[in-house]
Structures are given as structure tokens and as C-alpha cells.
Design a protein around this ligand. Structure first.
Ligand code: GTP
Ligand code: MG
Length: 370
């Protein structure tokens, strides 16, 4: 019969053995690194850890390829994914709106009416930047707590007339904890009391060293209101993206993260997803958490139906049998039966965890180990 050791499975996924053991614990199995798993269990572990399982031959289980395991020649540059954070009223929403208006198509009839929690800006140079319109630090933290890593770059907005405030400090801590590079947008420079150099100076106390002080954090003085230096901010983002050398293989089954999801009275379950690897097509079979479905329609940030969505492309997915949670990973699998199997397994596991919690009051195994 087909089997694989925990260690081998970890190696093939480029995951740590301890994380595989932890995943197995969540599934109710206590094993050691040398334990041998049957193929069905191995497949579930692989799916659980966000990879796509694939049995290629008797006695051999090949797991799905994360971006790092794609052949180097299959990788292509992809747009950066940016989250804007900062203290209340420092201009996050204004800046997102102003940046959206820099899109080359922004002045076409009707302009751009964004309706999903993420959008892509097409720059005159042909380059693109994806912005996540997260409602704030909570969403960022919640996604991260679920293991989702969607943001490549954080733009920290600091109002030049107000300076470093509690949520500025919080945002710095989040970006650092997530190892996401930061760019400082010193906003409201049009205001009489604006003092950009004071902001740069104050950042030093929070271990953010901007280039002007010999560090490697870029800072750009902007005004979201007057639309000043938005191109400079975009240049800074693209420069940072270049340093990160962001790449993905577009030629594979899609994987990514749920950015938000809701039950729409007219359209059923609607999930906004960010494709991180591969290309999502209408008709694909899709699993996210304990939810699955065949993609009936893809809708972009301009409310246009699209046939495909590649890496760093945010898109709405219609056709799911339920509403996944923000931060859930999704992936495309070969068949509906496979999707149903994975989703049902997870639903069963979630139910069991809830029952265990309700019955024992001692928490789930996972919580006891946390
Ligand atoms: P929350 O979502 O409440 O945390 O606020 P926010 O960070 O999204 O700030 P928002 O964009 O709502 O802006 C707050 C206020 O600052 C609004 O009255 C904006 O008009 C104003 N504002 C934003 N950017 C600028 C700017 O560049 N210059 C000036 N003068 N005012 C600005
Ligand atoms: Mg806002």
C-alpha cells in the first residue's frame, strides 16, 4: 500500500516536520517524525497545509507545488500586493481613493467604482499594483492569525500635522512581526502645521530608519487631498517590489487567500479572493476552508465579468456552496468529488472541535497545545 513518512512528507512540501505533526494533532493523530502515514491521511495533511495533493503513481505521493517549488523558468514577475495602515484619520481611505484615481483607465466614462475589498491600479508604464482595502489593523491581524500571508508591502500613513500616534506604533509592530517591508507615506503635507522631518525623526524612536537617516525605509511626502506625489509613492512601491523580486507561476491550478466573503441576497455566497499562484478560471473546482463549488462567475474590481484571474489579481468568486472566512486559503482541485471530500472532512473536523469544546470545557487538543 502507498505510504510516506512524516519526515518525507514534510520535505516534499518544504514544511517543517513539527508543523506536519501539529497538523496531524489537529486531525486527532499523535505521531512522531518517523511515523508512516497512509496515502489518504497524507493527502489530507497536504490539503490542510494549503498544498494541492496529487498522487502520481502507485507508491508515490507528489504534493502540490508552492511558489517556491515551481521550476525557476516557470516563474514570472507579478504585481506587488500592498496594504495601507496608519492611525485613525491620518488619511488611509483618502490615499486609497487618490491612488485608485491614478489608474490609466480612471478617467474613462463613469470612472472607477470599486465594489470589492481590493483593487488593482494600472500605471501608465504598464506596471500594476494591487491594493488591499482592509478595514484596518484588525483584518490584517486576523488574516495573519489564520496563517495567511497576502501582503508584500505595508504603506504606513502618518499625517504630517499629527505625527506618530498609538495606531501608527501598532501598525509598525504588525509590519515588523509579519516581516513585511514598510514604506512611509507622510500625508497631509498641504496642511499649514505639516512637518515631515519631525515625522522622520520621531520614527527613529520606533526603530524605523528612513533613508534620510541612513536607513533603508523609503519615505514619501504626499497629499491625498491635493494628489501630490502619488506617482512618487507608486515609484517607491515598485522599487520595493523589485527588491523583493516577486514572482509566481501563472501556469498552474490557482491557489490564494480569501480576502472577504459575504452572503449576497441576490447572488448567493460571494468571496473576494486574491490569487497568489496559478490562474483561476471560470469553471474551476474550488475549495476554501469547508466550502467548495464550481466557479460560476469571476468579477473584477470594476464589476466586469472576467474569464481568468492570474497572480496578484483580486477577483470575486461566485458559485460556492457556502461562505468561507477571510484568511482561508483556497485552491483549485481536479474534480468535484475531491473538493467535496476535502470540504466535508474539514466540516467534520470543525464540528468535532466544537463538540469537544462544548462537552469538555477543557478546550480542543489544539488549544491545549497552543
Ligand atoms: P479612518 O478610516 O477613520 O481611520 O480614517 P482614514 O485614515 O481613512 O482617514 P480619511 O481618509 O478618512 O481622512 C481623514 C480626514 O483627513 C478627512 O477629513 C480627509 O479629508 C482628511 N485628509 C486626508 N488626506 C488629507 C490630505 O492629504 N490633506 C488634508 N488637508 N486633509 C486630508
Ligand atoms: Mg478610512
Amino acid at each position: 500500500p502507498e505510504s510516506i513518512s512524516v519526515q518525507d512528507l514534510a520535505n516534499r512540501m518544504s514544511e517543517r516536520g513539527a508543523d506536519v505533526i501539529r497538523t496531524l494533532m489537529k486531525m486527532g493523530q499523535l505521531v512522531t517524525i518517523n511515523h508512516t502515514l497512509d496515502a489518504d491521511t497524507a493527502e489530507l495533511v497536504v490539503s490542510e497545509m494549503g498544498h494541492t495533493p496529487k498522487r502520481v503513481a502507485e507508491g508515490d505521493i507528489e504534493v502540490g507545488l508552492g511558489a517556491d517549488q515551481d521550476a525557476p523558468e516557470a516563474l514570472q514577475s507579478r504585481p506587488p500586493v500592498v496594504t495601507i495602515m496608519g492611525h485613525v484619520d491620518h488619511g488611509k481611505t483618502s490615499l486609497l481613493d487618490a491612488l485608485r484615481a491614478t489608474d490609466v483607465a480612471a478617467h474613462e466614462a463613469g470612472g472607477i467604482t470599486q465594489h470589492i475589498g481590493a483593487y488593482q491600479v494600472n500605471l501608465p508604464s504598464g506596471q500594476k499594483i494591487t491594493f488591499l482595502d482592509t478595514p484596518g489593523h484588525e483584518a490584517f491581524t486576523a488574516m495573519r492569525a489564520r496563517g495567511a500571508k497576502v501582503t508584500d508591502i505595508v504603506v504606513l500613513v502618518v499625517a504630517a500635522d499629527d505625527g506618530i500616534m498609538p495606531q501608527t506604533i501598532e501598525a509598525i509592530a504588525h509590519a515588523k512581526a509579519a516581516h513585511v517591508p514598510m514604506i512611509v507615506a507622510i500625508n497631509k503635507i498641504d496642511k499649514p502645521g505639516a512637518d515631515a522631518s519631525r515625522v522622520r525623526q520621531a520614527l527613529l524612536q520606533h526603530e524605523v530608519q528612513v533613508e534620510e537617516f541612513g536607513g533603508d525605509v523609503q519615505s514619501v511626502e504626499v497629499s491625498a487631498l491635493k494628489k501630490t506625489n502619488l506617482d512618487k509613492l507608486e515609484e517607491a512601491i515598485l522599487l520595493q517590489a523589485e527588491l523583493l523580486d516577486l514572482k509566481a507561476n501563472p501556469e498552474r491550478a490557482a491557489e490564494g487567500t480569501i480576502v472577504e466573503a459575504k452572503l449576497d441576497p441576490g447572488r448567493g455566497s460571494v468571496a473576494t479572493v486574491l490569487v497568489q499562484r496559478g490562474t483561476l478560471h471560470t469553471g474551476d473546482v474550488f475549495v476554501a476552508g469547508a466550502v467548495w463549488g464550481r466557479v460560476r462567475r469571476l468579477v473584477d474590481d470594476r464589476n466586469n465579468s472576467v474569464e481568468v484571474a492570474g497572480p496578484a489579481f483580486p477577483v470575486e468568486v461566485l458559485g460556492l456552496n457556502g461562505t468561507p472566512e477571510a484568511g482561508d486559503e483556497f485552491h483549485v482541485v481536479d474534480t468535484e468529488s475531491r473538493a467535496r471530500e476535502i470540504a466535508e472532512y474539514r466540516a467534520r473536523r470543525d464540528r468535532q472541535a466544537q463538540l469537544a469544546k462544548a462537552a469538555g470545557g477543557r478546550g480542543t487538543l489544539e488549544e491545549m497545545l497552543a
